[in-house]
Design a protein around this ligand. Structure first.
Ligand SMILES: CCCCCCCC/C=C\CCCCCCCCCC(=O)SCCNC(=O)CCNC(=O)[C@H](O)C(C)(C)COP(=O)(O)OP(=O)(O)OC[C@H]1O[C@@H](n2cnc3c(N)ncnc32)[C@H](O)[C@@H]1OP(=O)(O)O
Ligand SMILES: Cc1cc2nc3c(=O)[nH]c(=O)nc-3n(C[C@H](O)[C@H](O)[C@H](O)COP(=O)(O)OP(=O)(O)OC[C@H]3O[C@@H](n4cnc5c(N)ncnc54)[C@H](O)[C@@H]3O)c2cc1C
Length: 667
C-alpha cells in the first residue's frame, strides 16, 4: 500500500470507535460484510482488465460504450459464478441486485444495468409460472439481455397515456405491436440502443376490439445470433446525456411486429386463446415493479451519497487552506465549521436514509406477502411511502452530493474527483422511476384520502402519528429534544395536510372543479407530502437507532446518537419556517438549536474520517483522486493529469495550423 498522508493517519488515530464494527453494523452483520468483500475480491481479481487504459472521460461516445460492454461482460461473468438463484422471488432477488450495484465499478452507469434493475424483476413478479420457466434462467444467465421499455417520446409520467398498441389477432393467436405515431416511440430504456436483444414493452392491450389498458409484453428486438434488429423493429440510441453516458439508452418503434400470445406477461391479467380478457385482481399490480425499484433506489441513494461524502471528508482532512490565527499553520479545511456543516450533515444523512431504506424494505416485504395472499388493503400505503421516500432520498442525495463537490473547491470540479459524475447519477435518479414532484403528488393524494377518513377508519403504521397529533387531548408544547423535534415535524405534516384539505374543500364549495382545485393547491400538496416524509425519516431513524443501540459497543452507540441528533437538529433548522408557522417553537428555541448544532459538529469532528472509513468503499469503486484511502491527493491529481491525451505531445498540431499563424497575424 502507498504511504498514507500524515493528516489522515492522525485522523484515524483519533477515532473513538472500532471502524470494523461500524462496517458490520452498516452492512447488517459480519457475514454480510464478508460476503460483500468476497464479491469485491472476485471483481478485483480482474483488476488489470477492468481498470486499464485511458480514463473514460477521454473516450469518444462510441469508445465509451464499447469499453463499458467489455467491462460489463467481465463483471457479468463474475456475477454468474457468484449467484445461483433457485427461488425466483423479489426478496431473494434483492441480494442479486445488491451484488450488481455493489460490484458496479462502472462509474457512468452500465448498459447491463436495466437488465438487472428492471428486466429481471419484471419477469420475476409479472410472469406466470410457465413464463418464468421459459425466461428467468435464460435472463439470469445472460443468454438473453433485456431492458424495460415503458417511457415513450410523448409520455413518461402519465403511463395510461402510452400510445404503443398490442392488438390480439384471434386468427394467429398473436399480438401485433405497433407504434402509430412518432410520440409513441419508446424513448429512454437503458441498454436498448445496441445492447439488449429482448425488452419488456409496456403497451395498450386491445382484445375483441376493446382497449384494456397498459400491459407488459416480452418482445425480442434483435436476432439472438446476428444481433441485427428483427423485421419491423426500429431501434437505436438516443444520444449523449448529462451523465450515465455508458448506459446506452435507446429508442424503439414497431411496425406491426407479431409476437406469440404467451409473450404477454400473465401473472396478473390474462388473454385467453379465444381473446377473452381476464382482469387482474387489482389493476395497480402491473405497477408493482416500479414500486420495487423505487425501494431499491432508496438504498442506491445511500450508496451514491456515501461515495460523495467519503471523498469530501478525506479530502477535507488532507487539504489545508488559510490561517485561522495569524502565525499558526494553515488549517485542515475540515476544521472550518461551515465545512463541517456541509459534510457531517451528509454523513448523518447516509445513516438516516440507510435506516429508512431498511424499514421500507421490511414494509415492502410485509405488504408484498399480503398481496400474494390476495389482500390489497395496504397497497396504497406502500405506494405512497415508496413514492415519497424515493423522492426525498434522491433529492437529498443529489443536493448533498453537490454540497460535497462544492466542499472540495476547484478540485471537486475535476472529473477525476468523481464528484461531477456522482452528481450526474444522483440528479438522474430524481427523474427516473417517476419524477419526484409527480411522486410527491401521489403521496399527497393518499394523505388527503387518509385525512378525510381519519376519524372513521383504522390507521396503518406509517400514518398513525396523524391521529396522535390531531387528537383532542394532544398538547402542542415545543420541547428541545429529539423526541420534541420529531413531534414538531409530525405536527407540521398534519397541519399542512389538513390545510390542503381545507383549501381544496373551500375551492370546490365555491364552484371550482376537483381537478382545478387539485392543480391550484399542488404547491402546498407537494410541500405537505415532503413534510410527511421528513417526519417519517426522522422518526424511523430515531426509533430504529434506539432499538439497535444496545446491540453495539458504547463508543459506537455514542457517535451514532450524535449523528441522529445532528441530522434531526439540522433539519429542524432547515425547516424552521414551517416549525414557526405550525408549532409552538420560539425564537429562543431556534437559537438553542443553532448552538446545539455547532456543539454536535465539534463532537463529531474527531470521528469524521473514521465514519467514512466505516462505509468501507474500496478505492476502485470510489475512483477518486481526492478520496482514495491513502489521501495522496496531489500526487493522484498530477498522475491523472498525465493521462490526458493532450499531454501526449509537447506541442499540439493546432499550434502550427492555427495558433501560430493567428499570433503572427497571418490568419
Ligand atoms: C455487470 C453488471 C453491471 C451492472 C451495473 C449496474 C450499474 C448501475 C449503475 C447505474 C444505475 C443506473 C440506474 C438506472 C436505473 C434507471 C431505472 C429507471 C427506469 C425507469 O425510469 S422505468 C419508467 C418508470 N416510470 C415511471 O415511474 C412512471 C411514473 N408514473 C407512474 O408511476 C404512474 O403513472 C402515476 C403513479 C404517476 C399515475 O398513474 P395513474 O394510473 O395515472 O394513476 P392515477 O390515476 O394518478 O391514480 C390512480 C390510483 O392508483 C394509485 N396508484 C398509482 N400508482 C400506484 C402504484 N404503483 N401502486 C399502487 N397504487 C398506485 C393512485 O394512488 C390512485 O389511487 P386512488 O385512486 O387515489 O386510490
Ligand atoms: C437517466 C434516465 C434513465 C431512464 N431509464 C428508463 C428506462 O430504462 N425505461 C423507461 O421506460 N424509462 C426510463 N426513463 C424515463 C423516466 O422514467 C421518465 O423520464 C420519468 O418517469 C419522467 O417522465 P417524463 O420524462 O415524461 O417527464 P414529464 O412527465 O414530462 O415531466 C416534466 C415536468 O412535468 C411535470 N409533470 C408531469 N406530470 C405532472 C402532473 N401530473 N402533475 C404535476 N406536474 C407534472 C413534472 O413534475 C416535471 O416537472 C429514464 C429517464 C432517465 C432520465
Amino acid at each position: 500500500m502507498n504511504k498514507v498522508n500524515e493528516d489522515l493517519l492522525r485522523e484515524r488515530s483519533k477515532c473513538t470507535f472500532n471502524i470494523e464494527e461500524l462496517t458490520h453494523f452498516l452492512d447488517g452483520g459480519i457475514e454480510v460484510t464478508l460476503e460483500r468483500k468476497r464479491r469485491e475480491q472476485a471483481v478485483l481479481s480482474k483488476r488489470e482488465e477492468l481498470f486499464c487504459g485511458v480514463p473514460d472521460e477521454y473516450l469518444s461516445h462510441k469508445e465509451k460504450y464499447e469499453n463499458s460492454i467489455r467491462k460489463g461482460t467481465i463483471l457479468f461473468k463474475i456475477l454468474r459464478q457468484i449467484y445461483n438463484m433457485e427461488n425466483s422471488n423479489l426478496s431473494d432477488y434483492r441480494n442479486v441486485l445488491n451484488g450488481v450495484l455493489g460490484a458496479s465499478i462502472s462509474q457512468d452507469g452500465s448498459p447491463f444495468g436495466l437488465h438487472y434493475i428492471m428486466f429481471m424483476p419484471v419477469l420475476i413478479s409479472q410472469a406466470d409460472e410457465e413464463q418464468k420457466k421459459k425466461w428467468v434462467d435464460r435472463a439470469l444467465n445472460c443468454q438473453i439481455i433485456g431492458t424495460y421499455a415503458q417511457t415513450e417520446l410523448g409520455h413518461g409520467t402519465f403511463i395510461r397515456g402510452l400510445e404503443t398498441t398490442a392488438t390480439y389477432d384471434l386468427e394467429t393467436q398473436e399480438f401485433i405491436l405497433h407504434s402509430p405515431t412518432l410520440t409513441s416511440y419508446k424513448w429512454w430504456p437503458g441498454g436498448l440502443g445496441q445492447t439488449a436483444n429482448y425488452c419488456i414493452v409496456v403497451a395498450q392491450l386491445y382484445t375483441k376490439g376493446k382497449c384494456r389498458g397498459i400491459h407488459p409484453f416480452i418482445v425480442q428486438v434483435r436476432d439472438e445470433e446476428t444481433h441485427e434488429p428483427l423485421p419491423g423493429i426500429k431501434v437505436g440510441e438516443i444520444g449523449t446525456k448529462m451523465g450515465l453516458n455508458s448506459v446506452n439508452n435507446g429508442y424503439l418503434g414497431f411496425d406491426h411486429v407479431r409476437i406469440p400470445r404467451t409473450n404477454m406477461l400473465m401473472k396478473h391479467a390474462k388473454v385467453l386463446e379465444d381473446g377473452t380478457y381476464i382482469k387482474s385482481k387489482n389493476n395497480k399490480l402491473i405497477y408493482g415493479t416500479m414500486v420495487f425499484v423505487r425501494v431499491i433506489i432508496v438504498f442506491d441513494s445511500v450508496n451514491y451519497l456515501s461515495k460523495a461524502v467519503t471523498i469530501a471528508t478525506r479530502f477535507s482532512a488532507v487539504r489545508r487552506q488559510s490561517q485561522l490565527k495569524e502565525g499558526e499553520p494553515e488549517l485542515q479545511i475540515l476544521d472550518y465549521v461551515t465545512q463541517q456543516e456541509m459534510i457531517f450533515t451528509a454523513i448523518a444523512g447516509c445513516f438516516a436514509m440507510k435506516f429508512n431504506a431498511r424499514r421500507l424494505w421490511d414494509t415492502f416485504n410485509g405488504i408484498n406477502t399480503q398481496l400474494h395472499e390476495g389482500n390489497f388493503e395496504r397497497l396504497g400505503e406502500l405506494h405512497a411511502l415508496a413514492c415519497c421516500l424515493k423522492a426525498v432520498s434522491t433529492a437529498d442525495a443529489a443536493r448533498f452530493t453537490e454540497r460535497c463537490r462544492l466542499a472540495c473547491g476547484g478540485h471537486g470540479y475535476m472529473h477525476s474527483s468523481n464528484l461531477p459524475l456522482t452528481y450526474a447519477l444522483t440528479t438522474a435518479s430524481c427523474t427516473y422511476e417517476g419524477d419526484n414532484t409527480v411522486l410527491l403528488l401521489q403521496t399527497a393524494r393518499f394523505l388527503l384520502k387518509v385525512w378525510r377518513e381519519i376519524d372513521t377508519v383504522p390507521v396503518t403504521p406509517t400514518i398513525a402519528y396523524l391521529k396522535t397529533v390531531s387528537s383532542p387531548g394532544f398538547q402542542d408544547k415545543w420541547e428541545n429534544s429529539i423526541k420534541g423535534i420529531v413531534r414538531g415535524f409530525q405536527i407540521v405534516s398534519m397541519k399542512k395536510i389538513s390545510s390542503c384539505v381545507e383549501i381544496m374543500t373551500n375551492k370546490i364549495m365555491s364552484g371550482m372543479s376537483q381537478e382545478d382545485a387539485w392543480n391550484t393547491t399542488s404547491i402546498q400538496l407537494v410541500s405537505a407530502a415532503e413534510s410527511h416524509c421528513r417526519a417519517i425519516v426522522l422518526s424511523t431513524f430515531h426509533e430504529d437507532l434506539s432499538k439497535m443501540s444496545s446491540t453495539v459497543s458504547a463508543p459506537l452507540a455514542e457517535v451514532l446518537q450524535q449523528l441522529l441528533e445532528l441530522y434531526t437538529v439540522y433539519w429542524a433548522l432547515e425547516k424552521y419556517g414551517d416549525l414557526l408557522l405550525y408549532t409552538s417553537i420560539s425564537k429562543t428555541d431556534i437559537e438553542y438549536l443553532r448552538r446545539w448544532l455547532v456543539t454536535l459538529l465539534g463532537k463529531i469532528r474527531p470521528n469524521a474520517v473514521g465514519l467514512v472509513d466505516g462505509f468501507d468503499i474500496i478505492d476502485e469503486m470510489l475512483d477518486s483522486t481526492l478520496g482514495a484511502y491513502d489521501g495522496r491527493v496531489y500526487e493522484r491529481l498530477m498522475a491523472q493529469a498525465q493521462k490526458s491525451p493532450l499531454n501526449a505531445d509537447t506541442v499540439n498540431k493546432s499550434f502550427h495550423k492555427y495558433l501560430k499563424p493567428f499570433m503572427k497575424g497571418k490568419l
